[in-house]
Design a protein around this ligand. Structure first.
Ligand SMILES: Cc1cc2nc3c(=O)[nH]c(=O)nc-3n(C[C@H](O)[C@H](O)[C@H](O)COP(=O)(O)OP(=O)(O)OC[C@H]3O[C@@H](n4cnc5c(N)ncnc54)[C@H](O)[C@@H]3O)c2cc1C
Length: 513
C-alpha cells in the first residue's frame, strides 16, 4: 500500500527555463531535507535558448522564490514590460497597444468598458490607450512600479519583464543549487519502466549511472523524452488554427534607450518580435513554412533590425498544440515537453509557472491518486485552451486582405468558445472572464478593439449614468492618467537607478516622447 507514503525523490529531466524554474520552486517550497531533488541536463544537447518576454504573474513566482526583483533584473540584463505594441496587425499601417493593468476604473456596478463603448458609439470617447496608465507610460518611454496609494492611476500599473533566457536559467540554477538541488550534467540514454504499472523507475545516463525517483518532471523540451517517447502521451495538434511552425531568431546591438514594452509587427507570413534587453535586443520572425522560405524570413528579419546583428540567425522549428495528457503515472511534463503555442502573448513561461503551482497544490503521495492526475490534466487543458483562443483571435480578426497567409487565417473556422465570445462582444461590448481565463477583460478589450472589432451596443449597466456625466468622468480619467504618466521616471533612468546590469552600455536619456 503506497497511497499514504510520501514521495521522497524527485528527478527533473532538463535544465532549460522549465527545469530550473521547477527545481528552484520545488526546493524552495519542499526543502531538501525530506525530499531529494536532482536535475539532469545535458550541456551537449543545450537548451532552446529563447523565451525572453513574460507577463505579470511572474511577479508571484519571484515572490515565491524570495527573489529580490532588482537583483533579478540586474542578473538577467532585464528590462520592464508594460505591455505589447502590435504594429500592422489589423491592417498595414495600423497600431495598437495591449497594456497590462486596467483601463480606467469602474463606477460601482457601472463598468468602465460599458461607458467607453457607449461614448465611442457617439464619437465622444478617446482612444482606449488614453485610459491606461501602462499604455500612456509606455508611449512616453516611462516606467515605475505601482504606487501603494489606491487613489491614483499609478496604483494600477501592471508590469512584467524582458530578460536574457540563458542568464535567467543561470540565475535560477544558482538559487536552486543553493537550496540543495543536485545537478547532473549527463545525457539520458534510456528510460526504465516498472513492469507492474508502467511508471518510470529510473533513467539511465550516458555515464552508465541510473537515477531513480518517485516523481519525474519532464522538462526535456519539444521531444518530451519521458512523457511522449517513454510513456506515449499523444499530441493534440492545433496547427490548423495556429499554422506558424518556424522562427528565426537573432540578437542585435542596443540602439537608444530600451522601450518598456515588447513590439510585435505583422509580416507577410507571420510576425516579428522585438524584445529590448539592457545589453542587446532580441528579435525573431515567427512564420508559417508553407507560406515563406527560411531564407526569405531571415532576409526580412535582417533587413528590419534596429542595430548591428550580434550573432548568426538561429532557426527553430515547432508545432502548435499540447500533450493529450500532461501528467501520466509518476511523470509530469512542463515547458516545451508539455506543448507549445507561439510566443505572441509571452505565455509559455507562465504555463510552466502554472504547472508548478498546480503540481505543488496536488503534490502526490506514492499512491499517485488517479483523481488528482485527472484534475491536473483537466485544469491545464483549460488553461492551454483559453490561451490558444486568445492567440487565434489575433490572427483571425485581421483585415490584411490580399496576403494569402492572412486571408487564410481570416476565413478559417475558429473554436466554438471563441465564436461565442466574439458574438457577445459584437452585440454588447461585454467580455466575460471565465474561471480558467488567464487574460483579463483589459487584455481582451485591447485586442478586440485593436483588431478592428466594433460593438453594436453597450452594457446596459452603462445606461445608468447620464451621458454627459460619463463623458466628463472619462475625460477626467484620461487627463489624470496623462499627468500621472509624466510623473514617472524614464524607463532607462529607472533601470540605471535600481538594477543596471554590468554588461549594459550606458545610454544617455533621450528627450523624446
Ligand atoms: C521562437 C520561440 C520564442 C519564444 N519566446 C517566448 C517568450 O517570449 N516568452 C515565453 O514565455 N516563452 C517563450 N518561448 C517558450 C520558451 O522558450 C520555453 O517555454 C522555455 O524556454 C522553456 O523551455 P524548456 O525548458 O521546456 O526546454 P529547453 O530549453 O529545450 O530545455 C530542454 C532541456 O532538456 C535537456 N535534455 C533534452 N534531452 C536530454 C537528454 N537526453 N538528456 C539530458 N538532458 C536532456 C536539454 O539539455 C535542456 O537542458 C519561446 C519559444 C520559442 C520556440
Amino acid at each position: 500500500m503506497t497511497s499514504g507514503q510520501q514521495i521522497k525523490r524527485i528527478a527533473i529531466v532538463g535544465g532549460g527555463t522549465a527545469g530550473w524554474m521547477a527545481a528552484a520552486a520545488l526546493a524552495r517550497v519542499l526543502g531538501t531535507r525530506a525530499f531529494s531533488i536532482t536535475l539532469i541536463e545535458s550541456e551537449e544537447i543545450g537548451t532552446v535558448g529563447v523565451g525572453e518576454a513574460t507577463i505579470p504573474p511572474i511577479q508571484a513566482f519571484n515572490a515565491l522564490l524570495g527573489i529580490n526583483e532588482d537583483d533579478f533584473v540586474r542578473a538577467t540584463g532585464g528590462t520592464f514590460k508594460l505591455g505589447i505594441e502590435f504594429a500592422d496587425w489589423w491592417q498595414s499601417g495600423h497600431r495598437y497597444f495591449h497594456p497590462f493593468g486596467t483601463y480606467g476604473i469602474d463606477f460601482g456596478p457601472v463598468p468602465f468598458e460599458g461607458l467607453w463603448h457607449r461614448l465611442n458609439r457617439e464619437g465622444r470617447a478617446g482612444p482606449l490607450e488614453a485610459y491606461s496608465i501602462c499604455a500612456t507610460a509606455a508611449a512616453a518611454g516611462r516606467f515605475s512600479r505601482p504606487a501603494q496609494n489606491g487613489n491614483t492611476p499609478l496604483a494600477h500599473i501592471g508590469y512584467a519583464f524582458h530578460f536574457d533566457a540563458s542568464l535567467y536559467a543561470r540565475f535560477l540554477r544558482t538559487h536552486a543549487e543553493a537550496a540543495g538541488v543536485i545537478r547532473r550534467d549527463d545525457r539520458i540514454v534510456g528510460v526504465d519502466l516498472r513492469g507492474e504499472d508502467g511508471f518510470i523507475e529510473s533513467v539511465t545516463l550516458a555515464s552508465g549511472d541510473k537515477v531513480a525517483a518517485d516523481l519525474f518532471i519532464d522538462c526535456s523540451g519539444f521531444r518530451g523524452l519521458l512523457i511522449a517517447e517513454a510513456l506515449g502521451a499523444g499530441f493534440e495538434d492545433w496547427s490548423h488554427w495556429l499554422p506558424n511552425d518556424r522562427a528565426v531568431a537573432l540578437p542585435s546591438a542596443v540602439v537608444g534607450a530600451p522601450t518598456p514594452f515588447t513590439r510585435s509587427t505583422a509580416r507577410a507570413a507571420g510576425w516579428q518580435w522585438r524584445i529590448p534587453l539592457q545589453h542587446r535586443i532580441g528579435n525573431g520572425y515567427v512564420y508559417a513554412s508553407n507560406h515563406l522560405s527560411d531564407d526569405e524570413a531571415t532576409a526580412t528579419l535582417l533587413a528590419s533590425l534596429d542595430g548591428e546583428p550580434l550573432a548568426e540567425p538561429r532557426l527553430l522549428r515547432f508545432r502548435a498544440g499540447r500533450r493529450q495528457s500532461f501528467w501520466v503515472g509518476n511523470c509530469v511534463a512542463l515547458g516545451l515537453a508539455s506543448g507549445f503555442m507561439e510566443p505572441l502573448e509571452s505565455t509559455s513561461i507562465h504555463l510552466v509557472q502554472a504547472g508548478i503551482a498546480r503540481l505543488l497544490e496536488m503534490l502526490p503521495t506514492r499512491g499517485f491518486e488517479a483523481a488528482d492526475i485527472r484534475r491536473y490534466n483537466r485544469l491545464m487543458t483549460a488553461e492551454f485552451e483559453s490561451i490558444r483562443d486568445f492567440l487565434i483571435f489575433h490572427f483571425h480578426a485581421n483585415d490584411r486582405r490580399g496576403d494569402p497567409y492572412w486571408d487564410e487565417l481570416r476565413t478559417m473556422a475558429i473554436p466554438d468558445a471563441l465564436t461565442e465570445r466574439l458574438l457577445i462582444y459584437r452585440a454588447t461590448g461585454r467580455i466575460f472572464r471565465e474561471a480558467d481565463d488567464l487574460f483579463s477583460k483589459t487584455s481582451w478589450l485591447a485586442v478586440m478593439d485593436g483588431q478592428g472589432q466594433t460593438a453594436e451596443g453597450f452594457d446596459p449597466l452603462a445606461a445608468a449614468m447620464p451621458i454627459d456625466e460619463a463623458h466628463a468622468r472619462l475625460a477626467r480619467i484620461a487627463s489624470v492618467t496623462e499627468a500621472a504618466a509624466q510623473h514617472m521616471p524614464r524607463h532607462n533612468d529607472f533601470i540605471r537607478a535600481h538594477c543596471a546590469a554590468a554588461l549594459a552600455p550606458k545610454i544617455e536619456p533621450v528627450e523624446a516622447g
